[in-house]
Design a protein around this ligand. Structure first.
Ligand code: NDP
Length: 241
């Protein structure tokens, strides 16, 4: 059991919701952030008892205000899971500047904004856990996703750099790179494309959000104190280094 306070960005759906369930079950006080889907967030909160906080992780000032309010209400944030993410897919030829900037701002900028807000409190406490959700497509690239692959690849670099800064304060910083997981994000992939993707996954299926949540829980816990700057790949064997 843990008495730590955790924020999970994009915690009201998909992988984030599974992470919230898992951490709450382990005794963490969990707050789930979300971006705009109020109906989904309220339903999630009602079902799980997890409080929700609406703010755009890509908006620096909004993040600082929201995290300060959460800390006031629940206590210093000990655990941050940077999970919020979006896709705006298209080949370079079809990708406009807005599609590029949106994805970099939310997926990568969100990690910076959130880390800025929680790092000082963790440093003062001498303990903290930051887990950044990367992607198999940040590791290997993906056709039609120069924005998403760049942002996710950036998360892996961000993780390794911040891990070096956090280590002497008892703060670990790790990334978890999921493969294809059965969520709304993957449901948006056209069926024929998805069939080809699944055919390339050695275990022969999509991953489940709960499986990712178990990996995140390890990286958030006391037992992972010697793990920092690492990337845990959970992809059914689709991409191996
Ligand atoms: P979903 O699309 O199911 O959920 C995304 C969550 O992020 C929602 O809660 C959404 O809130 C929130 N969100 C989106 N934009 C913002 C924003 N600007 N500010 C705050 N919250 C925001 O995603 P998944 O569960 O599929 O993915 C979760 C993470 O895992 C993402 O980072 C994704 O890139 C990564 N990932 C997913 C894979 C997969 O196969 N599903 C594979 C590899 C990585 P709202 O409901 O309000 O829109």
């Amino acid at each position: 059991m843990s008495d730590h306070v955790a924020i999970v960005t994009g915690g009201t759906r998909g992988i984030g919701a599974a992470i919230c369930h898992k951490l709450k079950g382990l005794g963490y006080t969990v707050v789930a952030n979300y971006g705009g889907n109020d109906e989904k967030a309220q339903a999630f909160s009602k079902e799980t008892g997890v409080p929700v906080a609406k703010f755009d992780v890509g908006d620096y000032d909004a993040v600082q205000d929201a995290v300060a309010r959460i800390a006031e209400e629940h206590g210093t944030v000990d655990v941050l899971v940077n999970n919020a993410g979006i896709t705006r897919d298209g080949t370079l030829m079809k990708m406009d500047r807005e599609m590029w900037e949106d994805v970099i701002r939310v997926n990568l900028g969100g990690c910076f904004n959130m880390a800025k807000a929680v790092f000082p409190g963790m440093k003062d406490k001498g303990w903290g856990r930051i887990v950044n959700i990367g992607s198999i497509n940040g590791q290997g690239g993906q056709y039609g996703q120069v924005n998403y692959a760049a942002a996710k690849s950036g998360i892996h670099g961000f993780t390794k750099a911040l891990a070096q800064e956090g280590a002497r304060f008892g703060i670990t910083v790790n990334a978890l790179a999921p493969g294809y997981i059965d969520t709304d994000m993957v449901a948006a992939v056209p069926e024929p494309v998805l069939e080809k993707i699944v055919a390339k996954i050695p275990v022969g299926r999509l991953g489940q959000a709960e499986e990712i949540a178990r990996g995140v829980a390890f990286l958030c816990g006391e037992d992972s104190g010697f793990v920092t700057g690492s990337t845990l790949s959970m992809n059914g064997g689709q991409h191996m280094y």
